[in-house]
Design a protein. Sequence first.
Length: 192
Amino acid sequence: MARASEQSAPSGSGGAMEPPPDIFDAQALDLEFWLRPRTIDVIRPASKERAKLLYWKDGEIIESAYQDLCHIMRDVNGGNEARTIDPKLFETLWGTQAFVQRYGIEAPLEILSGYRTAASNQKLREAGVPAARQSLHMVGRAADIRIANLNSEVLGGLVKSFRQGGVGFYYRAGPKGGWIHADTGLQRTWKG
Ligand SMILES: [Zn+2]
């Protein structure tokens, strides 16, 4: 599939790749994409864990891998409590990663925040970290993510194009450049 925009992609490897946003539209994905086995490669910077898990195949969730994923998404800052995570959230996270992998972006998906206990969410609020009072993190329906070498505006735009829920854009100065909040609640976007 030749696209004019691909010609401007940097050749070679190792450099930051920023494919043009116009090609980051999940609605352009075909059925074949959605029927593929789903392996997600995630990292938790806070606990330095990394896992590459095949959690969905032939239309069904692979229970053991799904449980491992839920564990990875646990509240690493609040007593390591875990809970069931909405499979729809994993669908968006996997879809996002599988999408950018097509453009040579192989970095793991960084999970900055997954499930949060109410106490842990409150602690963040008190520390001035942006966290909603009724955060969907507290019910296993939200994640704050980042992908190395991927501009957060491009990442957020892609997550939004899945039309699976809310997307928050948290831009920050510095080498890490912020993060994207993705949830499976109402479809809406905001900047925080
Ligand atoms: Zn969040």
